[in-house]
Ligand binder design. Structure first.
Ligand code: NAD
Length: 485
């Protein structure tokens, strides 16, 4: 057997096919996604239909009994070998990710590094039985048993991390897994499926690409036991409704409109350096980017001026630009949506502190938009109420704690929220009052494979990751043993 590196070399520039039962599988029709940095068409990928879904689901179902019978340690071993194989293909995957997602080098390499670490660390988790009662008469315990065939439906913004972040917990707990990438970013997923085919038994990991009609084929499928969906709240509601007819297990990781509250005791120069990337990372296309920044009125002017300088220092450029920090918006549909929000600037007479309406970018290729800060718009304006999912955000003024908590919570979204202060106790007290799946003090981006991640309200149902995330891939089983009768 050759070295791991030789064994897992994959061609990243051709032959993008579905992975079904560990074989490459083509479809009569294909489609192409677009490189958002150049607007050029990328490689052809399969356009899967009902028959492809049926085949994949039946192979996943057939693989389930043997896979679930393996020990946690055995399944964890597979995951670690998979992480090694992915690492052996890092440069090819990175190039592909930069192209399909419009990611500058720093973002693409960061996503891959975190995703690989995620698989490795997830493999260390264990879901133990809970012993509730153990007396002379009886024993009562709670077990967590895998649900069966799981499907991960993934968006385009973090196509690798969000796919592998579902795959790891699904497989570790004994489920088989089908990965459905976004039509806008199917490429890395298909190649990660090809790598998986060299590691896992047939039917355990499969990847199917298609257009927007593919997701509903999975949510309707009677043999799929669980859907783990990440995407917009609007689609999440459709997924939940579709899963009702077959009572599927469901995890929904949805949109966010994260608030960040800055007290007047912070070191402004330091904090703006942290907040800048946390607000504009991936051009605002992260569910947990800071999307509403509430700054205490005593430091508002100083903070805004310093924040503008940080944001102006971000270089915008395509995947090929090694110095770029911000890439394009990932696709035309999202580009038009975000441009519509920019067009409100003139109409609503919003005060622009940095950037502005995108006329300056016209004539260039790629879905680029200037990073834009709106200075203290009204609370009911679209830029405050909606999730922009692009490089535009509001900075808002506050003076009273109760009032700012109310404003931060005054949204259907509830993904993350943060508080920044030198007084940690005070900040923690305020953070507890925020309605969100994650709260941070003096940070906004802490994530770990050991800590659950998810949203409250319309930002989600259930949590991914950590032991809580593992439980989401299982049915809870009460176990009673009567010792005397
Ligand atoms: P989207 O909802 O349009 O699509 C997400 C996925 O669902 C895609 O794979 C798509 O093909 C599929 N899909 C579309 N319609 C479907 C249907 N009816 N049934 C089943 N599947 C369907 O989201 P997007 O535009 O790809 O991603 C952006 C959104 O995702 C933002 O709102 C962002 O906040 C959210 N997001 C959330 C998290 C999180 O962890 N909470 C992480 C990243 C992105």
């Amino acid at each position: 057997m050759g070295s791991t590196t030789d064994l897992h070399k994959v061609d990243f520039t051709s032959n993008f096919q579905n992975i079904i039962n560990n074989a490459l599988s083509s479809t009569p029709e294909t489609r192409q996604a677009v490189d958002p940095s150049t607007e050029e068409l990328l490689y052809h990928v399969p356009l899967s239909k009902q028959s492809d879904v049926d085949r994949a689901v039946s192979f996943a179902k057939a693989a389930f009994p043997a896979w679930k019978e393996l020990s946690y340690d055995d399944r964890a071993g597979y995951l670690v070998r998979y992480a090694v194989a992915i690492e052996a293909n890092l440069s090819g995957l990175q190039e592909l990710l930069m192209k399909e997602a419009g990611k500058p080098v720093s973002n693409a390499s960061g996503e891959l590094a975190f995703a690989i670490a995620h698989v490795r660390e997830t493999a260390k988790l264990r879901l133990e039985d809970d012993l509730i009662e153990d007396t002379e008469e009886r024993k009562a315990s709670v077990r967590y048993v895998p649900v069966g065939v799981g499907v991960g439906i993934v968006p385009w913004n973090y196509p690798v991390l969000l796919g592998l972040g579902k795959l790891g917990p699904a497989l570790l707990t004994g489920n088989t897994f089908i990965w459905k990438p976004s039509p806008y970013s199917p490429y890395t997923a298909l190649k990660l499926g090809e790598i998986a085919a060299q590691i896992f038994p047939p039917g355990v990991v499969q990847v199917l690409s298609g257009d927007e009609s593919l997701g509903p084929l999975f949510t309707a499928h009677p043999e799929v036991a669980k859907i783990s969906f990440t995407g917009s709240s609007a689609t999440g509601k459709k997924v939940m409704a579709a899963c009702a007819s077959t009572l599927k297990r469901l995890t929904l990781e949805l949109g966010g409109n994260d608030a960040s509250i800055i007290y007047d005791d912070v070191d402004v120069a330091k904090v703006v350096q942290k907040i800048g990337p946390m607000a504009f990372m991936h051009s605002g296309q992260i569910c947990m980017d800071i999307k509403r920044l509430y700054v205490h009125e005593k430091i508002y002017d100083e903070f805004l001026a310093a924040f503008v300088q940080v944001v102006k220092s971000f270089k915008v450029g395509g995947g090929g630009d090694p110095e770029a920090f911000l890439g394009p918006v990932q696709n035309k549909m999202q580009f038009e949506k975000v441009k519509d929000l920019y067009s409100e600037i003139g109409k609503q007479k919003w005060k622009v502190a940095a950037g502005g309406e995108p006329a300056a970018c016209e004539g260039t290729r790629g879905f680029f938009l200037p990073p834009t800060i709106i200075d203290n718009p009204p609370d009911d304006s679209r830029i405050v109420v909606e999730e922009p999912f692009g490089p535009i955000m509001p900075v808002l003024k506050w003076s009273d704690e109760d009032e700012v908590v109310k404003r931060a919570n005054n949204t259907n979204m509830g993904l993350g929220a943060s508080v920044w202060s030198n007084d940690i106790e005070k900040a923690e007290r305020l953070a507890r009052r925020l309605e969100a799946g994650s709260t941070w003090v003096n940070s906004h981006f802490e994530l770990s494979p050991y800590v659950p991640f998810g949203g409250h309200k319309w930002s989600g149902v259930g949590m991914d990751w950590g032991v809580v995330g593992l439980k989401g891939w299982c049915n809870t089983q009460a176990s009673w043993v009567r010792k005397k009768f």
